[in-house]
Design a protein around this ligand. Structure first.
Ligand code: HEM
Length: 126
């Protein structure tokens, strides 16, 4: 793991843990996103913690546990429109505000998430 990794720049495990705890209550309270998340929050929050650890260049927790599943194909089982992507990113922006993640590392992480969210869109607006 690189000392200058985004993972270290944002504050590592503690920040990612705070971020996923701030994020999912917003997702579950969001009228556009809520229908896509019928199950309890604990499992998805735990998976997202593992995934974001790896996504930012930290330990490879997600693939150690779940293998090399492709995130795009995992998202293909859901109908994701541009409004879903916007709503997801809005919740994430608010979560970053809430935990006061700031500066260049925040911008970079948010840009990486925006790129991913846009690639997961697979359905036109309804
Ligand atoms: C474009 C907007 C997005 C929507 C609507 C969306 C929706 C979903 C849904 C419905 C699930 C399954 C939830 C469950 O199992 O209960 C899921 C899983 C997941 N999503 Fe997303 N997602 C989006 C973007 C993203 C982005 C940008 C990332 C990461 C950068 C991400 C990472 C994950 C991860 C790690 C999982 C768990 C995968 C697994 O089952 O192992 N998602 N997402």
């Amino acid at each position: 793991m690189d000392k200058e990794s985004l993972y270290n720049q944002i504050g590592g495990a503690q920040t990612i843990n705070r971020l996923v705890h701030a994020f999912y209550p917003k997702v579950y309270a969001h009228p556009v996103l809520r229908p896509l998340f019928p199950d309890g929050v604990d499992e998805i929050r735990a998976k997202q913690y593992l995934f974001l650890t790896q996504f930012t260049g930290g330990p490879t927790l997600y693939t150690d546990k779940y293998g090399f599943g492709n995130m795009k194909s995992i998202h293909e089982q859901f109908r994701i429109s541009p409004s879903h992507a916007d709503a997801w990113l809005t919740c994430m922006r608010e979560a970053m505000d809430e935990i006061e993640l700031q500066g260049y590392p925040r911008q970079l992480l948010f840009q990486m998430m925006t790129n991913a969210a846009n690639r997961f869109v697979n359905t036109p607006e309804e």
